[in-house]
Ligand binder design. Sequence first.
Ligand code: ADP
Ligand code: MG
Length: 328
Amino acid sequence: MTVLSVQNLKMYYKTSAGEVKAVDGLNFDIGEREVLGIAGESGCGKSSLASTLLKLLPSNAEIKEGKIIVEDADLVSMKDSDVRRNVRWTRIALVPQGAMNALNPVFRVGDQIAEAIMAHSNVSKADARAKTETLLKLVGIDPARGRHYPHEFSGGMKQRAMIAMSLALNPKILIADEPTTALDVIVQAGIIRLLLSVKDEFQTGVILISHDLALVAQMSDKTAIMYAGKFVEYGASKEVYKNPLHPYTLGLLGAFADIRKPKEALTSVPGSPPDLIDPPSGCRFNPRCPYAEEVCRTDEPPLVEAFPGHSVACHFWKEIRAQRSQKT
Ligand SMILES: Nc1ncnc2c1ncn2[C@@H]1O[C@H](COP(=O)(O)OP(=O)(O)O)[C@@H](O)[C@H]1O
Ligand SMILES: [Mg+2]
């Protein structure tokens, strides 16, 4: 069953220099207990997408087009106050990027979670406390630690506490934006295991956002590769990881090595994502693409299904694939 359906979603920021096209025509569906991973470098619009899905947007942001369908209701046309009341926390919850630093240093962690629960539901203080203990246990924190202050928590524990808070009202979709960034590898693995267990225990769909494609591909059912506000590749995670089709995906996987000097092979993609006020014409990746031809500078490649369930937006995916398979 589809719990979230996103159709041609566009969200731009107004700035004095022009419109920043941060989310520029995205389409995807998420089913119950499905994990969608979204990977791409910093500045590609991942966090903007996350906040758009909850309409948690700054005043200069505008949803230009598209639909965000949750249980037959379109959040784009819904009043913000209704989204706040009926969707956030209960249908879709977000653990924002850098969330673990959002805990207030002067309040006990357990109290902060209980406060959040009371702010978003009609429960007594005692019930909120009890719920907090259950949630802490569920995310692997001794409920007694709820009496401690944020500075007494490790980074991993703070992240667990934020995940606990986000689950307070049994959301259908949990969005975790860079949940493991700034954590060491072992703690990262624990957080990932936690998110996967949450998915089974709460029957929650998960959107996992990270700049780390290997991590995303490992833990998601489907992976979307985001570049300059668009999905350039989308498919079953195994396919995207093992059989990457878009040059940007190849770059993220360090698979440009064969066409560049060995020394450069360590950096994944040379250059940086474009200015989203005035992105390159044609394919937005063309200035960084080792395979780019004239048509890439003039015509934008549509996202097309290359194989069943595996889509790519590149004029030359077939040629690149053929060339790569010759080499191996
Ligand atoms: N409030 C804002 N006003 C204008 N531009 C913004 C705002 N927030 C983010 N951006 C721009 O939107 C683009 C996408 O940013 P973001 O969604 O944070 O990317 P990511 O999460 O992939 O790193 C960037 O160019 C960023 O500078
Ligand atoms: Mg981000």
